[in-house]
Ligand binder design. Structure first.
Ligand code: FAD
Length: 324
């Protein structure tokens, strides 16, 4: 019997998030011939993103565009999602989301609602007949666990930057606009306060991360890292040491109590390499460390190390990359 696979897509600044394309690819890889794939996009002013989404989905793209869905609120998004489910002819077996702030919050609510299990933060998957085995890191990346969902299906969240994004399809999907019925809410949003952070590229999805630690010495010192990140079209991250010192916003913190990033290149500048920092970046494909202390523990996990003053090394790198 054919099954229905659902991908809950997300937008950022009106654009489709890269992790949603990765979730789509995971769903396409997991499903069998004849299974249905449906994408759901919730938000406001999302016509550009929904048109973009149709390029990657051969099936239906369910769109709920409403001012109340402008920013994420758990109960409102959950209500919108269940209304979108009602528009499907059958209950989906597998639902894929990004392992983002929204995915981490919405996923378990959906799992509880449908009475199914969840596998979170997957970094790879293998399909063996009807079985799909998902791999997820444990203990801050020191071990990996392989898991599969029961035949009843379940929820899967995808760690950004680990699964290849979906390719465009030959026959684009069909947009199905849905009405949104506001739930009786116990809360009202009075005002959205958006903290300004320097990131032009989303930190968790960036292919290159230039990260600064206490060695950067000041908020001003982060400017040299921003210039290198701009030259490489990457994002700026930080250690908790740098955040605690007030050099940058906590939104940039990478590590055990911050964000987990797995970019293709991670450039650690003036970061000692404490275990709690490694928990957030040690799965990066290539690690480059710049530190003036040759004994700094970061060099133990680095693929390339530069012993030197970051204020001399980083501008030289920026100058060279600008020429490329
Ligand atoms: P430091 O350890 O002070 O290192 C600064 C480095 O800069 C040194 O190696 C020094 O040689 C180098 N340096 C100085 N000047 C220069 C220069 N001019 N050029 C080049 N190099 C220079 N930390 C995190 O990062 N993320 C977390 O999520 C996190 N969670 C934590 C959770 C808990 C429960 C605890 C207890 C700690 C946590 N920490 C976390 C803190 C962590 O233990 C370290 O204290 C922190 O990572 C240190 O930050 P740092 O490397 O920037 O600073």
């Amino acid at each position: 019997m054919s099954k229905t696979y659902v991908v809950v897509a997300e937008t950022k600044d009106g654009k489709l998030r890269q992790v949603s394309l990765e979730a789509l690819h995971a769903a396409v890889s997991a499903k069998n011939e004849g299974d249905e794939l449906v994408a759901i996009l919730l938000g406001h002013n999302i016509s550009e993103a929904s048109a973009d989404l149709t390029r990657y989905v051969e099936g239906k793209v369910l769109i709920m565009d409403h001012p109340d869905l402008n920013s994420y609120q758990a109960e409102v998004y959950f209500a919108a999602f269940t209304q979108a489910l009602d528009a499907l002819s059958t209950q989906p077996q597998f639902i894929f989301l990004g392992h983002t702030a929204i995915g981490r919050d919405l996923g378990p609510q959906i799992a509880a609602h449908l009475g199914v299990g969840q596998i979170s933060d997957i970094t790879s998957m293998d399909k063996n007949g009807d079985d799909v085995v998902f791999t997820r890191p444990l203990y801050a990346g020191k071990a990996f666990e392989k898991r599969k969902l029961s035949s009843e299906g379940g929820i899967v969240t995808i760690r950004p930057n680990n699964i290849t994004p979906a390719s465009s399809v030959s026959s684009p999907g069909i947009v199905v606009p849905l009405d949104f019925a506001q739930p009786d809410s116990l809360q009202t949003v009075l005002k959205d306060v958006v903290r300004k952070i320097s990131g032009k590229v989303d930190l968790t999805e960036a292919k290159i991360v230039v990260s600064g630690g206490r060695g950067v010495k000041s908020a001003d010192g982060f400017k040299v890292l921003e210039e290198l990140a701009d030259a490489l079209q990457g994002a700026v991250g930080a250690s908790r040491g740098a955040c605690d010192a007030g050099y940058c916003d906590y939104a940039l913190q990478i590590g055990q109590t911050g964000k987990v990033v797995t970019p293709e290149i991670y450039i650690a500048c003036g970061i000692s390499g404490a275990i709690q920092h490694l928990a957030g970046m040690s799965q990066s494909r290539v690690i480059i460390a710049i530190n003036k202390d040759p004994e700094a523990p970061i060099f133990k996990v680095a693929d390339y190390g530069i012993v030197g003053d970051l204020f001399e090394v980083v501008p030289l790198l920026t100058e060279q990359f600008k020429k490329v």
